[in-house]
Design a protein around this ligand. Structure first.
Ligand code: PLP
Length: 366
């Protein structure tokens, strides 16, 4: 057994998740957001099943190249990029880029001449569980203007792009985004600019503790909105991270200690925390499920914290977490559905704790 904590990802589950998404949206191109789980085995597996890859940096491009991915299957989807990084991506053969500012568009035109571009707009979708706020995306009007400008700059227009926020629980979010994308597509058509794709981003939710809308229900909303608002010539691209890998991962961790604080609350300290894999517990956005070997014993509320000397390294203190009262140091604990945004978020060595290690299980069957 590897030293605790570690993450095990079941690649058969990743394959099943990919197939379920493909079956739900059969004509949609699936572009895996590598940041969710930059693991070579998974990248190769998804490649074998026809996925494309959303890469956020030169590092992710190199990782994909090393895994044997053709650069033509990658999209440099991060709207925040240095000129040097665009040039490096172009030199590596990447010919598809997302942007949301004129500045970045000009950099792409200069350093990735003739490439295909997607313009990310800020859709009016309701907030998701882990929202982006207004960090990304221009207005739809600006997206139209910039895509026209892209043609003038000698670039190829792929189309508009939106992301409804990660772990989005409202299927209508996609309808809102697709309707707004449709307005951009129609305005471009008036200028004789035909889009080849509308990128509907990531955001597909998975069930952690609470139930979430079914994939098929979201797919039905997407397909209905596509028929209503988009021309047949505009294909869809979807960019999932969480939905492909989240449910495939289990973190195996250990209880380091249990303490009753001066205010009477019970604290359970684990060997995994915010800095070595549980970053998405920030603001207690994602409530993970714990399984212990003492399940079945009486339970009581617990504050759950990580192992470092940092006051913010607390996973849950407002969320009601019930753990066995018998839990003690040395007990093993599993954290479910932790395949997305865990290992890739862990720090190099905060407080001297090493990054979360990843082990891929399950024989891949074609
Ligand atoms: C550009 C981009 N695309 C796709 C995704 C994947 O989102 P999700 O994991 O919610 O599917 C992200 C997540 O941050 C992203 O930044």
């Amino acid at each position: 057994m590897p030293e605790s904590p570690f993450l095990v990802i079941d690649q058969e589950r990743v394959r099943d998740n990919y197939r379920a998404l493909h079956n739900a949206l059969p004509t949609t191109r699936i572009r895996f957001a590598v940041k969710a789980s930059p693991v070579p085995e998974l990248i190769r597996l998804l490649d074998q099943h026809g996925a494309e890859f959303d890469v956020a940096s030169v590092g992710e491009i190199e990782l994909c190249l090393d895994a044997g991915i053709a650069p033509a299957r990658m999209c440099y989807g991060n709207p925040i990029k240095k000129a040097a990084h665009i040039a490096a991506a172009y030199a590596a053969g990447v010919r598809r880029y997302a942007f949301d500012t004129e500045d970045d568009l000009l950099r792409i035109a200069e350093h990735a001449a003739g490439s295909e571009v997607e313009c990310r707009f800020l859709s009016s979708a309701p907030e998701s569980k882990t929202p982006f706020g207004t960090k990304f995306g221009c207005t739809p009007t600006e997206a139209f203007r910039l895509l026209v400008r892209a043609v003038d700059l000698g670039l190829i227009v792929a189309g508009p792009y939106f992301h409804v926020g990660s772990q989005q629980l409202d299927p209508q979010a996609w309808r809102i985004g697709i309707e707004q994308a449709g307005e951009i597509v129609a305005a471009l058509a008036d200028k004789d600019i035909r889009v080849s794709s509308v990128n509907i981003g990531g955001g597909l939710p998975i069930s952690y503790v609470d139930a979430v809308p079914a994939l098929d229900d979201i797919a039905a909303v997407v397909m209905a909105a596509t028929t209503e608002f988009l021309p047949e010539t505009a294909g869809l691209v979807i960019e999932p991270g969480r939905a492909l890998v989240g449910s495939a991962g289990t973190i195996h961790a250990e209880v380091v200690g249990v303490r009753i604080a001066p205010d009477g609350r019970r604290w359970v300290y684990l060997d995994i925390g915010r800095y070595n894999g549980m970053a998405e517990t920030e603001n207690e956005y994602i409530a993970y499920r714990f399984v212990t070997e003492r399940d079945g014993d009486p339970v009581d509320e617990a504050v759950v914290a990580g192992p470092t000397c940092d006051g913010d390294d607390v996973l849950y203190q407002r969320t009601r977490v019930l753990l066995p009262t018998t839990l003690r140091a040395g007990d093993r604990i599993r954290i479910l559905d932790t395949g997305a945004y865990t290992a890739s978020y862990s720090s190099v060595s905060f407080n001297g704790f090493p990054p979360l290690t990843v082990h891929v299980s399950g024989a891949e069957r074609k």
